[in-house]
Design a protein around this ligand. Structure first.
Ligand code: COA
Ligand code: AMP
Length: 630
């Protein structure tokens, strides 16, 4: 392994950023070339490839068929939940995507219109996304584990003309009926879509609402295939809502041109994957990893992508991932550390793994949460292949730091998330905006401009974008992650600096959960903190103070709170533990000491803040937090 390849590539970007990205842009088929690679005068901090015109769906689908790859599998759907495996070739994908685009166009969807996609892990989810891209419409995928109220918030903000959904999702041991959730969400939202297309799944079909709903497959069959609509590189491709520090999610905006360039480039650069290779991101289309690495990047690069409907364990066992890798010849697998921890817990010696021929698998990539060194070393030992931790955010859409198979892997350091990808100048800053010395922890920030694919702004919210990301450190994008860069340039990402927690690789807002708890009639005040968990990384714990005079049983109240969070945010919040405390630790001015609580809950060192009102309360609550760690 050599560091030279990476160093040379990174240095080439540093020397000539525009030249680097102009080179990467040659991997994309343009309808009209960009007038400029980057224009710092446009948008909030500049825009990539202004004046360029393209269609992302054309680049992900049509051009591969035109180049003679029509018979190559584009998508392999592997669903241990239903026992089905389906292969969709590029030619087949082109037909299906153009028909869904036709069906949406027939319902009035055109360039710039929003479409919400609320679907489980079925190929139709990817097809719906690509169909929107084909029309120049803007999709917003909502993860199936969110409750109706969260879906409603997204419908209200995105104001979609249409929604594409399914009759149900399948979770181990239960069928998640989507239609009641969808109807409830549309009912709650002040904005109503004109049309809804529903994939009827045989496991649990649903009644269609007359005048609004249509059967997706029937609509496809009857639709006129729609051609690609040329859009500006700076036109939006999608909005993906992600947790912010309050209950109102942030609409991360992704453009067409920069996204296509960066994601296409990343397949070779980061993963060492090329046309015809099989790539599997074991995530969900509802998250950014699913958008980027189940759908767009592998298809832009002409690979075969695996869409997996199952879990790492229990569907049917801890060997499922390895079975999928063997059966479909997966070359690179990308998943969250939690998934590996779940497998490790059930199969510590790798008995399942040893039953499979993994000769085609070349590397495992992990992201979504901080990876404990033990998970990396366990996977390396059993797989005998490189295991790469890489750092990501919904906001960036691709690797900030990692290790790079394209130019050649450099030695990894367990606990560190690698080195910056070309395009990212990562620095560690203190509160005064000064760079801290190497090896010291501070706020991880990226010098502006952000590279292509990163959010140009938030949907309809330029000021919120500036306030949330650009104001803390002028000239930089604040990642809201704390960490350090060591002497050799390796970046370690330690923890969030805000109220976001990471539960099983899912990004959740403790602020949003606090809003739900505070609505309970017996609760005077509350705090939700992420408590360390050996499987999920973190799990939320509610600390609640009851109103004076409340004498109901604490267990009953806790049960109600758990049900409220599940009902309002969704099962994915994994909120299962609420504990009554006498008081919450505060500063003398009355602010809850959330940062200190977070540190205790994460098992980190902490200092008792000098502004604390009553240190005894911190001790009491600290004991509760320590007792909740698993
Ligand atoms: N639709 C409906 N419900 C969903 C859902 C979906 N798409 N995804 C998850 N849920 C539900 C689960 O059924 C579970 O419900 P329960 O409380 O009734 O058991 C709850 O949300 C929590 O789900 P999850 O956090 O996934 O926990 P789990 O115990 O079901 O599984 C793991 C644990 C580790 C196996 C699982 O979290 C996993 O596969 N993680 C990988 C992480 C990942 O893919 N991250 C994406 C970013 S890379
Ligand atoms: P999301 O937007 O859901 O992808 O979550 C992004 C957040 O997950 C980041 O801000 C980090 O806090 C965390 N994260 C993602 N990848 C890593 C990683 N490799 N190491 C540490 N934290 C990570």
């Amino acid at each position: 392994m050599s560091a030279t390849g990476y160093d040379a590539t990174y240095a080439a970007w540093r020397r000539d950023p525009d030249g680097y990205w102009a080179g990467a842009a040659r991997g994309i088929t343009w309808d009209a070339p960009a007038a400029q690679v980057f224009d710092p005068s446009q948008g909030v901090y500049g825009r990539w490839f202004p004046g360029g015109r393209l269609n992302t769906c054309f680049n992900a689908v049509d051009r591969h068929v035109a180049a003679g790859r029509g018979a190559q599998p584009a998508i392999i759907w592997d669903s241990p939940m239903t026992g089905r495996v389906e292969t969709i070739t590029y030619a087949d994908l082109l037909d299906r995507v153009s028909r869904v685009a036709g069906a949406l166009a027939a319902r009035g969807v055109g360039k710039g219109d929003r479409v919400i996609v609320y679907m489980p892990m079925v190929p139709e989810a990817a097809i719906a996304m690509l169909a929107c891209a084909r029309l120049g419409a803007v999709h917003s995928v909502v993860f199936g584990g969110f409750a109706a109220a969260e879906l409603a918030t997204r419908i209200a903000d995105a104001k979609p003309k249409a929604i594409v959904s399914a009759s149900c999702g399948l979770e181990p041991g239960r069928v998640v009926k989507y239609k009641p959730l969808l109807d409830a969400a549309i009912g709650l939202s002040p904005h109503k879509p004109d049309a809804v297309l529903i994939l009827q799944r045989p496991e649990s079909p649903c009644e269609l609402t007359p005048g609004r709903d249509a059967d997706l497959l029937a609509a496809m069959a009857g639709a006129t295939p729609h051609a690609c609509v040329s859009v500006e590189a700076t036109d939006p491709l999608y909005i993906l809502y992600t947790s912010g520090t309050t209950g109102a999610p942030k609409g991360i905006l992704r453009d067409n041109g920069g996204h296509a360039v960066a994601l296409h480039n990343s397949m070779d650069l980061v993963y060492g994957i090329g046309p015809g290779d099989v790539f599997w991101a074991a995530s969900d289309v509802g998250w950014v990893v699913g958008h980027s690495y189940i759908v767009y990047a592998p298809l832009l690069a002409g690979c075969t992508t695996v869409v997996f409907e199952g879990k790492p364990v229990g569907t049917p066992d801890a060997g499922t991932f390895w079975r999928v890798c063997e059966q479909h010849g997966v070359k690179v697998l990308f998943t969250a550390p939690t998934a590996i921890r779940a497998i490790k817990k059930e199969d510590p010696e790798g008995a399942f793994l040893k039953r499979h021929d993994l000769s085609k698998l070349e590397a495992l990539y992990l992201a979504g949460e901080r990876c404990d060194p033990d998970t990396i070393t366990w996977s390396e030992r059993l797989l005998q292949k490189p295991v790469v931790d890489h750092w990501w955010q919904t906001e960036t859409g691709w690797t900030i730091t990692g290790n790079f198979r394209g130019p050649g892997l450099f030695p990894t350091k367990p606990g560190a998330g690698g080195k910056p990808a070309p395009g990212y100048d990562v620095v560690v800053l203190d509160e005064a905006n000064q760079e801290v010395p190497r090896g010291q922890i501070g706020s991880l920030a990226i010098r502006l401009p952000l590279p292509p694919s990163c959010l140009p702004t938030l949907f309809n919210a330029d000021q919120r974008f500036r306030d949330a990301y650009l104001s803390a450190h002028p000239g930089f994008y604040s990642t809201a992650d704390a960490g350090m860069v060591d002497e050799e340039g390796y970046v370690s990402v330690m923890s969030r600096t805000d109220d976001i927690i990471n539960v099983a690789g899912h990004r959740l807002s403790t602020g949003a959960m606090e809003e739900v708890l505070a609505a309970h009639p017996d609760i005077a005040e509350c705090a939700v903190v992420g408590v360390r968990d050996t499987l999920k990384g973190q799990v939320p714990l509610g600390l609640v103070v009851l109103k004076s005079g409340v004498s109901r049983g604490e267990a009953d109240i806790a049960k109600e709170l758990v049900a409220m969070v599940r009902d309002r945010i969704g099962p994915v919040a994994a909120f299962k533990d609420a504990r009554v405390v006498g008081r919450l630790p505060k500063t003398r001015s009355g602010k809850i000491l959330r940062a200190t609580l977070r540190k205790i809950a994460d098992g980190e060192q902490y200092v008792v803040p000098p502004t604390i009102d009553d240190p005894m309360i911190l001790d009491e609550v600290g004991e509760v937090l320590k007792g909740a760690m698993r």
